[in-house]
Write a protein that binds this ligand. Structure first.
Ligand SMILES: Nc1ncnc2c1ncn2[C@@H]1O[C@H](COP(=O)(O)OP(=O)(O)OP(=O)(O)O)[C@@H](O)[C@H]1O
Length: 213
């Protein structure tokens, strides 16, 4: 079954076209890599899929509307940022909880489960800013997972972490894909250490998207 179907999508900003005639098909259970150099349009493509940019030409059909998004992290969270790991993950349940209400036992259990999945349950009460870049990245994945998405989209998840943590992150994603049947779309400029886990790889170059695997 198709999760996301992209048909003949073209998109540009004021200064010109970024993507031309892109077609892609993402099925349930796929682990998809989207690779390309800086500025080729990877984030633009993701934002189109998430409906964060207005589509002008072509068609995008999304089957499951519950998509978890882990945005690109620029700089790590400031050390004195006043929120714990548990509170950060809880933010993604606010719709369910209600804005001015307190989280109930059920919500705390969901958060703990998501933190356990990414191996961060023992850090639940720590200040988010006191964690390493790799640990913060895991918390951001837990934040996406807590809302039980069918599809997880990650934008350059390894950008701010060292190679050891990168390997651990890829193991985690592979586990989520294989064990939890989560559809994963990962945008990156290098797939060197994760290529074997992916069943589909698309390359963006010169505004075109071609399938390499
Ligand atoms: N909001 C915007 N307005 C105008 N141009 C933009 C905007 N966002 C991105 N661009 C341009 O569109 C092109 C693609 O940008 P995009 O961020 O999608 O690339 P990317 O492949 O994700 O890059 P990176 O690897 O550096 O994150 C770039 O030339 C960029 O300058």
């Amino acid at each position: 079954m198709s999760e996301i179907q992209i048909e003949n999508v073209s998109f540009g900003y004021e200064d010109g076209m970024v993507l031309e005639n892109v077609s892609m098909e993402i099925k349930k259970g796929d682990f998809v890599g989207i690779i390309g150099s800086n500025g080729t349009g990877k984030s633009t493509l993701i934002k189109l899929m998430l409906g964060l940019l207005p589509l002008k030409t072509g068609k995008i059909v999304i089957n499951d509307h519950n998509i978890g998004y882990v945005p690109q992290v620029g700089l790590a969270v400031k050390a004195d940022f006043p929120a714990t790991v548990q509170e950060v993950v809880m933010l993604n349940l606010y719709q369910e909880i209600g804005l001015f209400k307190r989280p109930g036992k059920k919500h705390i259990e969901l958060v703990d489960k998501a933190l356990e999945t990414v191996g961060m349950l023992d850090k639940a009460d720590k200040q988010i800013g006191k964690l390493s870049g790799g640990q913060q990245q895991r918390v951001m994945i837990a934040k996406a997972l807590v809302a039980s998405p069918e599809v997880l989209i990650l934008d350059e998840p390894a950008a701010a972490i060292d190679s050891e943590n990168e390997q651990q992150l890829y193991h985690l994603l592979q586990r989520l894909n294989v064990d939890k049947k989560l559809t994963i779309i990962m945008v990156t400029h290098s797939i060197e250490n994760v290529e074997q886990s992916m069943n589909k790889i698309y390359v963006i170059k010169n505004k075109l998207v071609t399938r390499r695997k």
